[in-house]
Write a protein that binds this ligand. Structure first.
Ligand SMILES: Cc1cc2nc3c(=O)[nH]c(=O)nc-3n(C[C@H](O)[C@H](O)[C@H](O)COP(=O)(O)OP(=O)(O)OC[C@H]3O[C@@H](n4cnc5c(N)ncnc54)[C@H](O)[C@@H]3O)c2cc1C
Length: 468
């Protein structure tokens, strides 16, 4: 069987590429090594983590925030088994949704490990030992990523765990030690802190979420300490960890060189992810990996050094985010069909689903300073928002960065209620190259959290925020 396109990997990059290819009339096959489609994102990433974040948020609110609303509860408890079962059901709804979409779009799917025989021929090795060979005019590699394993942090998947095991714990840890203060560690740390765990975060950098605008990390750290009792060990270098029965011991060096020993019952190692290309047979077609990050090198069309072989998502350069992978899937599909799409990589939003949520798009203040660009800022705190007061979510702020001469919005950084959804407004505005004044003069419904963006834009335009 000769396909127009073969896609290896069914995560958000691969499955979206497959659907778009099929929509464009291309005869499409997709290969997935696991029994369910959807990749990291649907099975062990975005979706299950958000399901648990939602469940734990309900519990935390019921335990700590209902009383002030005049709602009393007796005998509140966590049923971990039910919480995990619900999460599994949410995952199933999503993964079976992809199966339905493959059928609807007449995409041929194969379960097995895909590996190159040559640039147009891919072998599918199935779990029962059988093999099948298929050929395609184009191949898209969308094999994603896996957690980074550090040699001095032996992951036993029982007590010293990755995010995958953290999504399936049978009990609420008493003391959870999170190694790595990035997005995944803070989200999973939040889940268990809300359910009652003491959470300690050990981070090598001097701030949490270090790649985002520095103001966001500072505020998030303050709020996580205040509302969930998080403990932070910043600028600490973890040197080892070991399991002792039901305990975990984590060793670190403080910035002053002192030895720090933390004892808990679980430790999540969330120090990043690395591109996954095992068993793909890249050597058979002459593709070598970048030294750093082991990523597949691609050009601006996302084509590898081999014509007709493309790569998208976590396995190539750029942010390891589901929506980036999805947009790249669409881009490659449309290119193969002869269209001329493009992606504005400066406008890929980043989100942290803690509470308050953190969201960001465009350039950070640190990047603007470093580039020497003249810019102005406008900030608005949620404590001045009527909507935030009504819901009791007054932590955080929105910051708008605009070009000092043209007023074009260069970056929007927010920490606050529903920031994950609100960032879309900033992305659209920036996609259309809006000025801060454009946002400031756009009518926003009252009372909404989005008014804080309008106010921050007003503050950036002419320091004319109304409500502060
Ligand atoms: C806990 C956690 C939470 C996250 N939360 C978010 C979030 O909220 N928002 C967000 O944007 N991102 C989030 N991410 C990141 C997101 O999951 C990834 O960026 C995204 O899944 C990458 O998509 P992808 O298609 O490149 O690869 P993946 O989703 O990793 O999919 C790759 C697929 O390829 C398959 N595969 C690999 N090799 C082969 C082979 N040889 N043959 C056949 N199949 C193969 C794999 O089994 C896998 O199914 C999270 C990640 C984690 C771990």
């Amino acid at each position: 069987m000769q396909y127009d396109v073969i896609i290896i990997g069914s995560g958000p990059g691969g499955y979206v590429a497959a659907i778009r290819c099929a929509q464009l009339g291309l005869n499409t096959a997709i290969i997935e090594k696991y029994n369910t489609f959807g990749g990291t994102c649907l099975n062990v990433g975005c979706i299950p983590s958000k399901a648990l974040l939602d469940s734990s948020e309900h519990y935390h609110n019921a335990a700590h925030n209902f009383a002030v609303h005049g709602i009393g509860l007796k005998d509140l408890k966590v049923d971990m088994k039910q919480m995990i079962a619900r999460k599994d059901d949410v995952v199933k709804q999503n993964t079976s949704g992809i199966e339905f979409l493959f059928k609807k779009n007449k995409i041929t799917s194969f379960i097995g490990v895909g590996s190159f025989i040559d640039k147009n021929t891919v072998k599918v090795s199935k779990a029962d030992g059988k093999e099948e060979t298929i050929s395609g005019k184009n191949v898209i590699i969308a094999t994603g990523s896996k957690p980074v394993h550090l040699p001095f942090l032996p992951i036993d998947k029982k007590r010293i765990i990755t995010s995958t095991e953290a999504l399936n714990l049978k009990e609420v840890p008493k003391h959870l030690i999170v190694i790595g203060g990035g997005v995944i560690g803070l989200e999973l740390g939040s889940v268990y802190a809300r359910l009652g765990s003491k959470v300690s975060v050990v981070e090598f950098a001097s701030s949490i979420i270090p790649t985002m605008d520095a103001g966001l990390g500072k505020e998030l750290q303050r709020v996580l300490k205040k509302t969930l009792g998080f403990e932070f060990y910043l600028s600490h270098k973890v040197t080892g960890a070991e399991t002792k029965g039901k305990k975990v011991v984590v060793y670190a060096d403080s910035p002053k060189g002192e030895k720090v020993i933390l004892e808990g019952d679980y430790s999540i190692v969330s120090v990043g992810r690395v591109a996954y290309t095992d068993n793909l047979g890249l050597d058979k077609i002459g593709i070598s990996l970048e030294e750093r990050g082991r990523k597949i090198p691609v050009n601006e069309r996302l084509e590898t050094s081999v014509a007709g072989v493309y790569a998208i998502g976590d396995v190539i350069k750029g942010a390891m985010l589901a929506h980036k992978a999805e947009d790249e899937g669409v881009l490659v599909a449309e290119q193969i069909a002869g269209q001329k799409p493009h992606i504005n990589y400066n406008l890929i939003p980043g989100v942290v689903y803690t509470w308050p949520e953190v969201a960001s798009v465009g350039q950070t203040e640190e990047q603007l300073k470093e580039s020497g660009k003249k810019y102005k800022t406008g900030s608005f705190p949620f404590k001045a928002s009527g909507r935030a007061k009504a819901s009791g979510d007054t932590d955080g702020f929105i910051k708008v960065l605009a070009d000092a001469d043209t007023d074009e919005v260069l970056g929007v950084h927010m920490i606050g209620p529903r920031a994950a959804d609100m960032i879309a407004e900033a992305v659209i505005a920036m996609e259309y190259r809006a000025s801060a004044e454009d946002i400031a003069r756009t009518c926003h419904a009252h009372p909404t959290f989005t008014e804080a963006l309008k106010e921050a834009a007003m503050a950036a335009t002419a320091n004319r925020a109304i409500h502060m």
